[in-house]
Design a protein around this ligand. Structure first.
Ligand SMILES: Nc1ncnc2c1ncn2[C@@H]1O[C@H](COP(=O)(O)OP(=O)(O)O)[C@@H](O)[C@H]1O
Ligand SMILES: [Mg+2]
Length: 225
């Protein structure tokens, strides 16, 4: 693994309305590592991901992607540089097959980036058996898995996942995490916000805690690595 930092946030400040949610938050994500981010409700985890992804303009601070500033660029341009924020709710085309939904992954991504084949994506997320099924016939959890696989198919440099396991059944949780681990092993740096830290900890390299605007290195819950 190349230890050079892929994503660095330095002294970030961010507001939501009148409220200062992030004050002087710093964080570093190295290439190909999968990092769990936890913290109490309302501590600013989602705000941090949205700020890194350019959806919220930081009031102060710097964000570097492979050493280049992306702070204030705007979500569109940040996405095209290779940083993907994967939301929970991603709409699928209900009448199209899972395969066809995955094939639609390539808009708004790095123009130069390679893309995994649809077959490889189906396999790494355990979706082979649904390939020909219209997405609208899958359960809510299965649809979320397809949406996640679609978001990651373009192999972003950095993937920020906000509670990807919420409301997923246990078996699907492991499919998601195996797929995400495979992405990290392929070089994508992944930051996962998740309540089910025990489960994520089995796949993650490191664990961080956001509390009172301070990020600290935490013990990896249930970690085996
Ligand atoms: N859309 C919003 N508008 C205004 N304030 C918000 C919004 N979303 C979150 N907040 C506030 O920002 C703070 C951090 O929220 P959030 O980033 O969602 O935390 P977390 O994801 O850790 O639960 C909370 O005090 C919350 O009330
Ligand atoms: Mg949140």
């Amino acid at each position: 693994m190349n230890p050079a930092p892929r994503l660095e946030a330095l002294g970030l400040w961010a507001r939501r309305g009148a409220e200062t949610v992030l004050s002087d938050v710093s964080l570093e994500l190295r290439r190909g590592e999968l990092v769990l981010l936890q913290g109490p409700n309302g501590s600013g985890k989602s705000t941090l991901l949205e700020t890194l992804a350019g959806l919220i303009r930081p009031a102060a601070g710097e964000i570097l992607l492979d050493g280049e500033s992306i702070a204030g660029l705007g979500a569109d341009r940040v996405a095209r540089r290779g940083l993907a924020l994967v939301h929970q709710e991603r709409h699928l085309f209900g009448t199209l097959s899972v395969r066809d939904n995955l094939a639609l992954a390539d808009f708004g991504r790095r123009p130069t980036a390679g893309m995994d084949s649809v077959d490889a994506t189906l396999e790494s997320f355990g979706l082979e058996r649904f390939a020909a099924t219209p997405a609208g016939l899958l359960s809510g959890g299965e649809q979320r898995l397809v949406a996640l696989a679609r978001g990651l198919r373009a192999r972003p440099l950095v993937a920020l996942l906000d509670e990807p396991l919420a409301a997923l059944a246990g078996g699907l949780r492991d499919h998601v995490l195996k797929g995400v681990r495979g992405m990290a092993d392929g070089g994508t740096s992944v930051l996962v916000v998740e309540h089910d830290g025990e489960r994520v900890g089995q796949y993650a390299d490191r664990s961080l805690m956001l509390r009172n605007s301070t990020i600290t290195e935490a013990v990896l819950p249930g970690g085996l690595r």
